[in-house]
Ligand binder design. Structure first.
Ligand SMILES: NC(=O)c1ccc[n+]([C@@H]2O[C@H](COP(=O)([O-])OP(=O)(O)OC[C@H]3O[C@@H](n4cnc5c(N)ncnc54)[C@H](OP(=O)(O)O)[C@@H]3O)[C@@H](O)[C@H]2O)c1
Length: 240
């Protein structure tokens, strides 16, 4: 029987590429989103992938949403915690609200997504947790104290979950994308984009599909011994 994958923020950007790649690999896929109904409906229409709306920052909503997915699509074997936001500001201007919004979505959102599926994975002796972190969690970034804190936190989450899940057949890994050509990055002024590209030895932005292929590998049976690791996909912009 085909395994079931849940991709949070799976209706747009990198998440949409991940959802499509996993569907192409033969998984049953459910994609979640926060509020952009139009983009989600278009995505479902184009791909046939079911979309579900809930806020990953809310534990009860996440738990109820996951129960619905499990009832309608199947027990979740693969979780891709991809949903994320930025609320950038230099630290002296960063508000507590900007701090909390990003922590609640990007970091607590990972807890809220993984915690409800963990018992089922332990029982079935198989699971794949894949968290989409960021190059800026590895190196820090001007005006992203909040975002970098969450993305560095992701790495601590997967290293700890890897140790707890290994004997139950569960792996937990993180992917740290560099700058990827999503709507968000393409929307910045061309001059700024050029200055970003100038810092990437590959001389270009990454494609969402390049991250999706890393996810497809980590989701597969072939990756069983890769556990607690961080895969950097950044065109040689930064090495740990
Ligand atoms: N783009 C890059 O260059 C880059 C680089 C490194 C890491 N990343 C990471 O990769 C991930 C995806 O980034 P992206 O650029 O593809 O983002 P994006 O295009 O802005 O898409 C974000 C997705 O997450 C959903 N989302 C946001 N907040 C949510 C919440 N509270 N609850 C549920 N869903 C929520 C959005 O739903 P709606 O459609 O309803 O808004 C959307 O589906 C993020 O974790 C980001 O930090 C991105």
């Amino acid at each position: 029987m085909a395994r079931t994958a849940l991709v949070t923020g799976g209706s747009r950007g990198i998440g949409a590429a991940i959802s499509k790649a996993l569907k192409a690999e033969g998984y049953n896929v459910a994609a979640t989103y926060a509020g952009n109904d139009e983009a989600a409906a278009k995505f479902t229409e184009e791909t046939g992938i079911a979309t579900y709306k809930w806020n990953v920052a809310d534990y009860d909503e996440s738990k109820a949403g996951i129960e619905k997915v499990e009832a309608e699509v199947g027990p979740i074997d693969i979780v891709v915690a991809n949903a994320g936001i930025t609320r950038d500001a230099p630290f002296h201007k960063m508000t507590p609200e900007q701090w909390h919004q990003v922590i609640d979505t990007n970091l607590t959102g990972v807890f809220n997504t993984v915690h409800p599926v963990w018992p089922g994975m332990r029982e079935r002796k198989f699971g794949r947790i894949i968290v989409i972190s960021s190059i800026n969690g590895q190196k820090g970034q001007f005006a992203q104290v909040n975002y970098a804190a969450t993305k560095a936190g992701d790495l601590g989450i997967v290293k700890s979950l890897a140790q707890e899940g290994a004997r139950a057949g569960i792996t937990a890994n993180a992917i740290c994308p560099g700058y990827i050509a999503t709507e968000m990055v393409m929307a910045v002024p061309e001059k700024v984009r050029d200055s970003i590209v100038a810092q990437i030895p590959a001389g270009r932005l990454g494609e969402p599909e390049e991250i999706a292929r890393c996810v497809a590998f980590l989701a597969s049976d072939d990756s069983q011994f890769i556990n607690g690791s961080t895969i950097s996909a950044n065109g040689a912009q930064f090495f740990v």
